[in-house]
Design a protein around this ligand. Structure first.
Ligand code: HEC
Length: 195
Protein backbone atom coordinates (compact mmCIF):
# COMPACT_ATOMS: atom_id res chain seq x y z
CA UNK A 1 0.00 0.00 0.00
CA UNK A 2 1.25 3.46 -0.83
CA UNK A 3 1.64 5.53 2.32
CA UNK A 4 3.36 8.47 0.77
CA UNK A 5 0.77 11.00 -0.49
CA UNK A 6 3.47 12.82 -2.43
CA UNK A 7 4.56 9.86 -4.47
CA UNK A 8 4.26 10.27 -8.20
CA UNK A 9 3.32 13.93 -7.85
CA UNK A 10 6.74 15.45 -7.88
CA UNK A 11 7.16 17.59 -10.92
CA UNK A 12 10.38 17.56 -12.79
CA UNK A 13 11.45 21.12 -12.24
CA UNK A 14 13.33 22.67 -9.38
CA UNK A 15 14.44 26.17 -8.48
CA UNK A 16 17.02 26.81 -5.76
CA UNK A 17 16.24 23.46 -4.27
CA UNK A 18 12.52 24.10 -4.19
CA UNK A 19 10.45 21.37 -5.79
CA UNK A 20 6.77 21.29 -6.59
CA UNK A 21 4.09 18.67 -6.10
CA UNK A 22 1.36 18.45 -8.71
CA UNK A 23 -1.55 18.51 -6.26
CA UNK A 24 -5.09 19.06 -7.42
CA UNK A 25 -6.57 22.39 -6.36
CA UNK A 26 -9.35 22.05 -3.78
CA UNK A 27 -12.76 21.70 -5.43
CA UNK A 28 -14.26 24.61 -3.54
CA UNK A 29 -11.45 26.85 -4.82
CA UNK A 30 -11.96 25.74 -8.41
CA UNK A 31 -15.70 26.39 -8.13
CA UNK A 32 -15.14 29.82 -6.68
CA UNK A 33 -12.88 30.55 -9.60
CA UNK A 34 -15.49 29.27 -12.08
CA UNK A 35 -18.13 31.40 -10.41
CA UNK A 36 -16.07 34.56 -10.86
CA UNK A 37 -15.86 33.79 -14.57
CA UNK A 38 -19.60 33.19 -14.82
CA UNK A 39 -20.22 36.38 -12.82
CA UNK A 40 -17.97 38.42 -15.08
CA UNK A 41 -19.83 37.26 -18.19
CA UNK A 42 -23.21 38.16 -16.65
CA UNK A 43 -21.77 41.50 -15.47
CA UNK A 44 -20.42 42.33 -18.90
CA UNK A 45 -23.67 41.47 -20.66
CA UNK A 46 -25.78 43.39 -18.11
CA UNK A 47 -23.71 46.57 -18.03
CA UNK A 48 -21.83 46.74 -21.30
CA UNK A 49 -23.88 44.81 -23.85
CA UNK A 50 -27.51 45.31 -22.76
CA UNK A 51 -26.74 48.62 -21.04
CA UNK A 52 -29.32 47.70 -18.39
CA UNK A 53 -27.46 49.15 -15.40
CA UNK A 54 -25.87 52.52 -14.72
CA UNK A 55 -22.14 52.77 -15.03
CA UNK A 56 -20.13 54.79 -12.52
CA UNK A 57 -20.47 58.14 -14.29
CA UNK A 58 -24.25 57.80 -14.68
CA UNK A 59 -24.62 56.64 -11.09
CA UNK A 60 -22.61 59.64 -9.91
CA UNK A 61 -24.72 62.06 -11.94
CA UNK A 62 -27.93 60.55 -10.53
CA UNK A 63 -26.67 60.78 -6.94
CA UNK A 64 -25.51 64.32 -7.54
CA UNK A 65 -28.90 65.32 -8.96
CA UNK A 66 -30.67 63.75 -5.98
CA UNK A 67 -28.37 65.71 -3.67
CA UNK A 68 -29.10 68.94 -5.51
CA UNK A 69 -32.84 68.28 -5.26
CA UNK A 70 -32.61 67.75 -1.51
CA UNK A 71 -30.53 70.89 -1.22
CA UNK A 72 -32.85 73.09 -3.25
CA UNK A 73 -35.90 71.70 -1.42
CA UNK A 74 -34.27 72.65 1.89
CA UNK A 75 -33.46 76.13 0.58
CA UNK A 76 -36.99 76.64 -0.78
CA UNK A 77 -38.46 75.54 2.55
CA UNK A 78 -36.12 77.88 4.39
CA UNK A 79 -36.89 80.81 2.11
CA UNK A 80 -40.63 80.34 2.42
CA UNK A 81 -40.36 80.75 6.19
CA UNK A 82 -37.94 83.67 6.17
CA UNK A 83 -40.45 86.35 7.14
CA UNK A 84 -40.88 84.93 10.64
CA UNK A 85 -37.21 84.34 11.40
CA UNK A 86 -35.70 85.89 14.49
CA UNK A 87 -32.01 86.23 15.30
CA UNK A 88 -30.65 83.41 17.40
CA UNK A 89 -29.28 84.07 20.88
CA UNK A 90 -27.96 80.55 21.27
CA UNK A 91 -24.25 80.70 22.16
CA UNK A 92 -23.24 77.69 20.05
CA UNK A 93 -25.08 79.02 17.05
CA UNK A 94 -23.57 82.49 17.46
CA UNK A 95 -20.13 80.90 17.83
CA UNK A 96 -20.65 79.06 14.56
CA UNK A 97 -21.92 82.32 13.05
CA UNK A 98 -18.79 84.12 14.16
CA UNK A 99 -16.57 81.40 12.70
CA UNK A 100 -18.40 81.67 9.37
CA UNK A 101 -18.28 85.45 9.48
CA UNK A 102 -14.52 85.50 10.04
CA UNK A 103 -13.97 82.99 7.24
CA UNK A 104 -16.32 84.27 4.61
CA UNK A 105 -17.43 87.80 5.35
CA UNK A 106 -14.57 89.50 7.19
CA UNK A 107 -12.43 89.95 4.04
CA UNK A 108 -15.03 92.44 2.79
CA UNK A 109 -16.76 93.62 5.96
CA UNK A 110 -13.75 93.49 8.33
CA UNK A 111 -13.59 91.15 11.33
CA UNK A 112 -15.13 93.85 13.55
CA UNK A 113 -17.84 94.66 10.97
CA UNK A 114 -16.44 98.14 10.38
CA UNK A 115 -16.64 97.75 6.62
CA UNK A 116 -14.05 97.61 3.87
CA UNK A 117 -15.27 96.63 0.42
CA UNK A 118 -18.64 95.92 1.98
CA UNK A 119 -20.47 98.41 4.15
CA UNK A 120 -20.22 98.91 7.88
CA UNK A 121 -22.51 96.39 9.59
CA UNK A 122 -22.43 98.06 13.02
CA UNK A 123 -24.11 101.39 12.38
CA UNK A 124 -27.74 102.32 11.91
CA UNK A 125 -27.43 102.92 8.20
CA UNK A 126 -28.52 100.08 5.99
CA UNK A 127 -28.73 99.88 2.24
CA UNK A 128 -30.97 96.83 2.04
CA UNK A 129 -33.08 97.10 5.15
CA UNK A 130 -32.10 97.13 8.77
CA UNK A 131 -33.89 94.21 10.35
CA UNK A 132 -32.70 90.67 10.71
CA UNK A 133 -34.93 89.31 7.96
CA UNK A 134 -33.63 91.97 5.53
CA UNK A 135 -30.09 90.93 6.40
CA UNK A 136 -30.88 87.25 5.86
CA UNK A 137 -32.35 88.09 2.46
CA UNK A 138 -29.28 90.12 1.49
CA UNK A 139 -27.01 87.28 2.56
CA UNK A 140 -29.03 84.70 0.59
CA UNK A 141 -29.48 86.74 -2.58
CA UNK A 142 -26.40 88.88 -2.44
CA UNK A 143 -26.12 92.09 -4.40
CA UNK A 144 -24.08 90.76 -7.32
CA UNK A 145 -23.98 94.12 -9.09
CA UNK A 146 -22.39 95.75 -6.05
CA UNK A 147 -19.96 93.01 -5.10
CA UNK A 148 -21.90 91.31 -2.30
CA UNK A 149 -21.77 87.59 -3.01
CA UNK A 150 -24.83 85.33 -3.20
CA UNK A 151 -24.60 82.77 -0.41
CA UNK A 152 -27.55 80.65 -1.51
CA UNK A 153 -26.23 77.14 -2.03
CA UNK A 154 -22.81 78.08 -0.67
CA UNK A 155 -23.87 78.22 2.96
CA UNK A 156 -26.69 75.97 4.07
CA UNK A 157 -29.82 77.44 5.70
CA UNK A 158 -28.54 76.85 9.25
CA UNK A 159 -25.29 78.56 8.41
CA UNK A 160 -27.06 81.52 6.87
CA UNK A 161 -29.19 81.87 10.00
CA UNK A 162 -26.13 81.58 12.21
CA UNK A 163 -23.98 84.08 10.34
CA UNK A 164 -26.84 86.57 10.07
CA UNK A 165 -27.49 86.21 13.80
CA UNK A 166 -23.86 86.97 14.44
CA UNK A 167 -24.04 90.02 12.17
CA UNK A 168 -27.05 91.08 14.24
CA UNK A 169 -24.87 91.13 17.38
CA UNK A 170 -22.53 93.62 15.69
CA UNK A 171 -25.21 96.31 15.72
CA UNK A 172 -24.41 99.17 18.02
CA UNK A 173 -20.77 98.18 18.46
CA UNK A 174 -18.27 100.89 17.58
CA UNK A 175 -15.38 99.60 15.49
CA UNK A 176 -12.37 101.89 15.01
CA UNK A 177 -12.26 103.85 11.74
CA UNK A 178 -15.52 102.49 10.37
CA UNK A 179 -16.44 102.90 6.77
CA UNK A 180 -18.72 105.95 6.42
CA UNK A 181 -22.43 105.33 6.10
CA UNK A 182 -23.41 104.68 2.52
CA UNK A 183 -27.10 104.94 2.11
CA UNK A 184 -27.16 108.60 1.28
CA UNK A 185 -28.72 107.81 -2.07
CA UNK A 186 -32.36 108.78 -1.98
CA UNK A 187 -34.87 106.36 -3.37
CA UNK A 188 -36.62 107.57 -6.52
CA UNK A 189 -40.06 108.89 -5.64
CA UNK A 190 -41.69 109.53 -8.99
CA UNK A 191 -41.79 107.56 -12.23
CA UNK A 192 -38.45 107.37 -13.95
CA UNK A 193 -37.62 109.35 -17.09
CA UNK A 194 -38.13 106.17 -19.11
CA UNK A 195 -41.70 105.54 -18.08
C1 HEC B 1 -16.65 90.11 -1.87
C2 HEC B 1 -16.99 91.01 -0.79
C3 HEC B 1 -18.08 90.60 0.18
C4 HEC B 1 -18.19 89.45 0.91
C5 HEC B 1 -17.26 88.25 0.91
C6 HEC B 1 -19.37 89.59 1.72
N1 HEC B 1 -19.96 90.79 1.48
FE1 HEC B 1 -21.64 91.48 2.37
N2 HEC B 1 -21.60 93.11 1.17
C7 HEC B 1 -20.60 93.42 0.26
C8 HEC B 1 -20.94 94.66 -0.44
C9 HEC B 1 -20.10 95.34 -1.49
C10 HEC B 1 -22.19 95.06 0.09
C11 HEC B 1 -22.99 96.30 -0.30
C12 HEC B 1 -23.95 95.97 -1.41
C13 HEC B 1 -24.62 97.21 -1.96
O1 HEC B 1 -23.96 98.26 -1.99
O2 HEC B 1 -25.77 97.09 -2.38
C14 HEC B 1 -22.56 94.08 1.11
C15 HEC B 1 -23.73 94.12 1.84
C16 HEC B 1 -24.03 93.27 2.88
C17 HEC B 1 -25.17 93.43 3.75
C18 HEC B 1 -26.24 94.50 3.65
C19 HEC B 1 -25.75 95.75 4.28
C20 HEC B 1 -26.75 96.86 4.18
O3 HEC B 1 -26.34 97.99 4.42
O4 HEC B 1 -27.92 96.61 3.87
C21 HEC B 1 -25.11 92.42 4.68
C22 HEC B 1 -26.07 92.17 5.81
C23 HEC B 1 -23.93 91.64 4.36
N3 HEC B 1 -23.30 92.18 3.26
C24 HEC B 1 -23.57 90.50 5.05
C25 HEC B 1 -22.53 89.68 4.62
C26 HEC B 1 -22.28 88.39 5.20
C27 HEC B 1 -23.03 87.79 6.38
C28 HEC B 1 -21.24 87.87 4.50
C29 HEC B 1 -20.59 86.53 4.70
C30 HEC B 1 -21.43 85.37 4.63
C31 HEC B 1 -20.85 88.83 3.49
N4 HEC B 1 -21.67 89.90 3.58
C32 HEC B 1 -19.81 88.64 2.61
C33 HEC B 1 -19.46 92.68 0.02
C34 HEC B 1 -19.21 91.43 0.54
Amino acid sequence: MNNNPSEGKLMDHEADGIKELDNLLPRWWVWLFNLTIIYSVIYMIYYHVAGAGDLQAAEYTKEWKRGEEIKSAAITKFESGIATLTPSTNKTELGEGQRLYVNYCAPCHRPDGGGLVGPNLCDDYWIHGSNYVDNVKTVINGVPAKGMLTWRGVLNPDQIKAVSSYVYTLRGTSPKNPKPAENTVTAPTGPSAFE
